[in-house]
Design a protein around this ligand. Sequence first.
Ligand SMILES: Nc1ncnc2c1ncn2[C@@H]1O[C@H](COP(=O)(O)OP(=O)(O)OP(=O)(O)O)[C@@H](O)[C@H]1O
Ligand SMILES: [Mg+2]
Length: 217
Amino acid sequence: MSKLKVLTIANRKGGAGKSTCAAHIALEAVKANLKTILIDLDPQKTLETWWNLRDEDNPYLADSSATDIEKKIQSIKEKGFDLCIIDTPGDVSANTVAGIKVADLVLIPSKPTSPDLGAIGRTISMVNDENCPYVFLVTQAISRSNAALQAASVLSEFGAVAPAVISNRIAYVNAMSVGTSAGTIDKTAAEELASIWGFLSTKLFSKKGKTNGKEKI
Ligand SMILES: Nc1ncnc2c1ncn2[C@@H]1O[C@H](COP(=O)(O)OP(=O)(O)OP(=O)(O)O)[C@@H](O)[C@H]1O
Ligand SMILES: [Mg+2]
């Protein structure tokens, strides 16, 4: 039986922070010694562009289209990977749905703003249509503002929310343009990423962390 888990990052709202989350979570997984692979289903290829700036193998990158994603996941399983992280476009295209269909867990990042929170129902419906467990992460939160707390409270009515936010920091922007993690240059980013990874790894890898008690076989 394969131990591979698939984490798909999705939000129908553009600019929610999906690709930034995907890259940073991947490096937390690598730090935890997981053999990790990325699939960038977004034609913009933000995640793949970040990956191309890196020298190290892990995380690895696989190409896939919406139509061959199931076959691709099967071959990734056979290669002994621990974690596959899929980035999706900010829309409701076939690529987004395909990424959600193969997920063990969907991470829905959201900015703590009214327009973003107001639109979150459309993403939740899309994930529910595929019957997939999901959790939320507040991103691009301005430090010393109440918005992040209020956002977490709104989101918690729909599902579990990561215990730390990804704050709005230039270190995240810089990390994406040089192929690294904000955590390597910014202590606050390192702390929040460690906390977010602790939460996600429990949801993904421990039976206790399952959001709805179901496990795919
Ligand atoms: N924590 C952060 N702090 C500061 N800027 C951020 C942060 N996260 C993302 N950004 C910036 O916000 C913009 C959108 O981020 P990102 O590309 O990760 O979002 P996305 O949801 O993948 O967007 P798209 O829907 O276009 O794929 C980028 O310019 C990115 O640099
Ligand atoms: Mg993106």
